[in-house]
Design a protein around this ligand. Structure first.
Ligand code: FES
Length: 199
C-alpha cells in the first residue's frame, strides 16, 4: 500500500453501519465498564479497514470507550489477531503449537513460505496472502490447521494446503473445515467412511 493509499486511514471514523453495531455492543456492558468493549470495537475497526487497525482507529476506539490511546494500543499489540499494518486479501494464521507441531505444522509452514515466496509476517507481492505464525487456535483435534480470514482449514497436508491456496488465489470455491474427504467436524478419523449406526 503506498503513502497515498495509507492517507485515507489518517482520520478514521466508524461507518454509520458500524456506529449502530457499536451502540448494541456497548449495551452489553455496565455504563461504567465500557472499556470492556475494547476488543469488539477493535475488531470492527479492523474489518472496516480491510484487515488492519491504523493508529487513528485506535484513538477513535479510545474516545468512544473513554480509555487512553495507550491502553487501546496495549490490547491491540498483545493479541495476534489484530494487525497494525496493512495485510493481504487472505490473512493466513498458521498454528504451530504442540498438537499441530506433532502433526507436522513446521514442515507445512516451511512449504507454505516457499510456495508463497514470503517469510512470516510478510505479504505476497500480488497482495493476496499475508502469513503469520500463531499459538493454538483451539482446533487441535483437527491438527494441523490454519485460519484464513474468518475460516478454519483443518487436517491439512502439503497437497491440500497448496490446493487451498491455489483455489483462494483463483477465486474458486473452497472447502471450509476438515480437508480430509468425508470427515465431518472433529469426528473420530476411525469412523470416516463407516456406517456409524452399525453395531
Ligand atoms: S495446537 Fe494447533 S489448533 Fe491447537
Amino acid at each position: 500500500m503506498n503513502k497515498k493509499d495509507l492517507e485515507q486511514y489518517d482520520n478514521f471514523k466508524f461507518s454509520q453501519e458500524n456506529n449502530i453495531l457499536i451502540e448494541s455492543i456497548l449495551k452489553k456492558y455496565p455504563s461504567n465498564q465500557s472499556a470492556s468493549a475494547v476488543m469488539p470495537l477493535l475488531d470492527l475497526a479492523m474489518r472496516q479497514c480491510n484487515g488492519w487497525i491504523p493508529e487513528s482507529a485506535m484513538k477513535e476506539v479510545g474516545k468512544i470507550i473513554d480509555v487512553p490511546y495507550i491502553k487501546v494500543y496495549e490490547v491491540a499489540t498483545f493479541y495476534s489477531m489484530f494487525n497494525l499494518k496493512p495485510i493481504g486479501k487472505y490473512f493466513i494464521q498458521f498454528c504451530t503449537t504442540t498438537p499441530c507441531w506433532l502433526k507436522g505444522s513446521d514442515n507445512l509452514l516451511e512449504y507454505c513460505k516457499k510456495y508463497l515466496n514470503i517469510d512470516i509476517n510478510e505479504t505476497t507481492k500480488d497482495g493476496n496472502f499475508t502469513l503469520k505464525e500463531v499459538e493454538c487456535l483451539g482446533a487441535c483435534v483437527n491438527a494441523p490447521m490454519v485460519q484464513i480470514n474468518d475460516d478454519y482449514y483443518e487436517d491439512l497436508n502439503k497437497e491440500s494446503l497448496i490446493k487451498l491456496l491455489e483455489n483462494l488465489k483463483s477465486g474458486n470455491k473452497v472447502k471450509i473445515g476438515p480437508q480430509l474427504k468425508e470427515r465431518k467436524g472433529s469426528e473420530s478419523v476411525k469412523l470416516i467412511g463407516k456406517n456409524k449406526n452399525a453395531k
